[in-house]
Design a binder for this molecule. Sequence first.
Ligand code: GLN
Length: 470
Amino acid sequence: MKSLCQLPLLELRKKLGAKKLSPQELWAECQKAIAEKDGKIHAFLTHILQLQLPAEWQKTELKGIPFAVKDNLSTANLLTTAGSQILKGYRPPYTATVVERLQKAGGVILGKTNCDAFAFGASGENSGYGPTHNPYDLSRVPGGSSSGSAAAVAAGMAVFALGTDTGGSIRQPAAFCGVVGLKPTYGRCSRWGLIAMGSSFDVPGPLTRTVADAAFLLGLMAGYDKRDATSSQTPVENYLAALNGSSVRGLRVGLVEEFFQHGLQPEIKKAVMRVADVLANNGAKLVRVHLPHLEEALAVYYVLVPAEISSNMARYDGIRFGWQSKRGKTAAAVTAFSRAEGFEMEVKRRILTGTYVLSAGYYDAYYLQASRVRTLVIRDFQELFNKVDVLLGPTTPTTAFKLGEKTADPVAMYLSDIFTVPANVAGLPAISLPFGRDQKNLPIGVQLIGNRFQEGEILRVAHFLENYAC
Ligand code: GLN
């Protein structure tokens, strides 16, 4: 029998509303699952034992449902390390808007989840607190950087989780762990309280068991926030209602040719083609399209994001937050030693790359040029969305790889982001949907990318496909 926290959020919400289940029982089930499984998986960095149920939880949308929060989302008075040693012991004075909105809606934080330090990574192995393991095969990575969030949902330790996606960090671990991962349009969900990585790319979003759960949560999280100047005033749709009576008749689905040329694992290609068949058999129109700058999108990402990182990391001075070195006699030396001791390898690599591409003499050749190419990628997508309603492709080139397989080769690790990064470069919404398994029984994720603020459309199509995803 399935444990309670393996049920979809909307089902649990119904049970709680009908008093067939109490939030205490549900909390206890999650605790039990964590006690049994997390020793091996290591999805949580901080885990809360005592349930603090909101007053009048019966009247709230989430009715006391427990959820896990990626550790780069600030939570007031609750440890927030962003997976890095440099923030060891840091307790922020405020809570990220998206977390606060879910708490106001009656959700209860179960814990903070492991992630690559500052969300720099695609495997979870860059965490300063040890890696998370994939619940489907403990010798494999869960994906990253929202590694603990994906693993916690997949292993039935949390009903849903929050992640952040700068270049794939919600969708890629969702694909590796067989859960749904939604990356909203840039600006759809407030970044306030999200520990910045690449500020013109970052966006928080949900990892869930079903598409309807993701739609429901997006409705609670999205919307303008005066504390984030880049959050959008575009009205928030009723995403859940958008799923009703979904048909794909007449839908124009773009198959990006370039998505099939990049060392794509054959079983993943098959899964994407199976999705295409399902859509075509139900009246959708398949259109072969091109994303001429796919490879450049990855290069652009790995120039612009480190540039933004190098600027964002400047605040970690060993004085204001977290770790402070015992070495060093002057303020400058304390900062230098704290950074040397507190930043993980990949954090240092990104700061160095970013500082290099921004430095005098190289700025024009790298940063400026990459910004221009970013505009080309945005235009590519604009043209595509004149021809099609959604784009279909794989989420990742391979299923979950082995722990340690790519750690010695950062470029190999970066290449695994090829299909997720373009949506971030252009700020578009995208979703990863589990769709079958490979021969090793590892989950496969397929990806739908939508036009700006068309979350309703990709959710609707993903919801339709869910029935065929075995
Ligand atoms: N894997 C990508 C990177 O390492 C994406 C990270 C993310 O989305 N936070 O930059």
